[in-house]
Design a protein around this ligand. Structure first.
Ligand SMILES: C[S@@+](CC[C@H](N)C(=O)[O-])C[C@H]1O[C@@H](n2cnc3c(N)ncnc32)[C@H](O)[C@@H]1O
Length: 345
């Protein structure tokens, strides 16, 4: 063995020695079909991975920061601190784990971190980069009994905006979906722990929005209107946002709210970095252009909506712009309160 090979082996052995073990968990049975628009959204968003955009939520920035990732890591470390992921062996579940940045940081803290995600592209990326991630809808965890009680903490960073659709709002199901999601998080937590937390981040809507606005084609709304932006966003991303206080009222039986933090400015700054990279990529990155073109060929209607929404009308950025932005990003730390035996079957 050469000196270089010997060194590489030592580094590998050390890494294996120090890597936290995987948690032995089966693939959850796929009982719930993911919402097609949400799944397609992340197939289309995968174009941005070509310009290194693998962080899709808010950040927390300081004046000296110069990159997207600096603020993102500060925000992810905040979430890990809040959930209590500060000791080796901590068992963490992330619901909607994107490209796995949070899971990797958790593992660097010695945690045993597991993700679930409905995007096959992102799951492949995560598992190819050493994370333990399962492709399923979070609702599949409800009856995945081998997952119940297996975790010390749960995080959902920017995924719950996709869990309710305008049709659910029309049918009066919105609060029940949030209540079920809190129950799913509560089931994942180890019942023996005296303290356990669930940490969420979610965009909240601050203006009047009716499901009908989202279900009407965007080009039927006046240009620049809130309704048009809402429709553009939904018809690309698939989702509906909660209003302030709604999650707390749905968490009731399972969790109490310990802390709320406003991350709106950090989301705006992260979006500015992403927009600059996506604009540059249009001129300089053939891989991005190829992926966008392929999306247009394969999924013309939704991909065209995405481009209109993101590049032309900039509805994604509109959400956090101005003195009184239409949306707020709220981070919530929830403390488990339900006794596990009181969870419904
Ligand atoms: C805005 S991205 C945030 C990703 C990641 N947490 C981050 O900060 O970059 C939302 C993530 O939630 C996932 N997701 C949305 N709805 C989901 C569902 N019903 N079940 C599982 N994953 C879901 C998406 O695939 C995506 O990875």
């Amino acid at each position: 063995m050469s000196i270089a090979e010997g060194h590489a082996k030592t580094v590998r052995d050390r890494a294996t020695e120090t890597l936290p073990e995987r948690i032995d968990l089966p693939q959850p049975a796929l009982r719930v079909a993911p919402t097609p628009l949400v799944k397609l959204c992340y197939t289309l968003v995968h174009a941005a991975e070509a310009v290194g955009i693998r962080d899709l939520a808010d950040g927390e920035y300081l004046p000296m920061d110069t990159t997207l990732e600096q603020g993102i890591e500060r925000q992810l470390n905040y979430l890990l601190d809040e959930v209590g992921c500060n000791r080796p062996g901590f068992r963490l579940l992330e619901i909607g784990c994107g490209y796995g940045h949070l899971l990797r940081l958790a593992r660097q803290r010695g945690a045993r971190a597991v993700g679930v995600n409905l995007s096959p592209e992102q799951v492949r990326y995560c598992n190819d980069h050493g994370s333990q991630v399962y492709c399923c809808d979070y609702r599949d965890l409800r009856d995945a009994s081998q997952w119940h009680g297996q975790f010390d903490g749960v995080i959902a960073n920017g995924s719950l905006e996709h869990w309710v659709q305008p049709e659910d709002v029309q049918a009066g199901r919105m609060n029940q979906i949030y209540r079920d999601s809190f129950e799913i998080a509560a089931r994942a937590l180890d019942p023996k722990l005296t303290e356990a937390r669930y940490v969420t981040t979610a965009i909240h809507v601050e203006r009047e929005v009716k499901p009908e606005y989202l279900l009407t084609a965007w080009y039927r709304h006046p240009r620049g209107s809130d309704r048009r932006h809402f429709s553009l966003l939904h018809n690309w991303m698939g989702g509906y946002y909660p209003i302030d206080g709604q999650l707390a009222s749905c968490a009731g039986h399972f969790f109490s709210l310990e802390r709320e933090m406003d991350g709106t400015l950090g989301y705006k700054i992260a979006n500015d970095y992403r927009m600059a990279r996506m604009m540059r990529g249009l001129y300089k990155n053939p891989k991005l252009v190829w992926r966008l073109a392929r999306s247009l060929l394969r999924h013309p209607r939704v991909a065209a909506t995405m481009m209109e929404c993101y590049y032309v009308e900039q509805s994604w950025d509109w959400q956090f712009r101005g003195e009184d932005p239409p949306m707020r990003l709220l981070r919530h730390t929830w403390r488990r309160k339900a006794a596990p035996h009181s969870l419904s079957a």
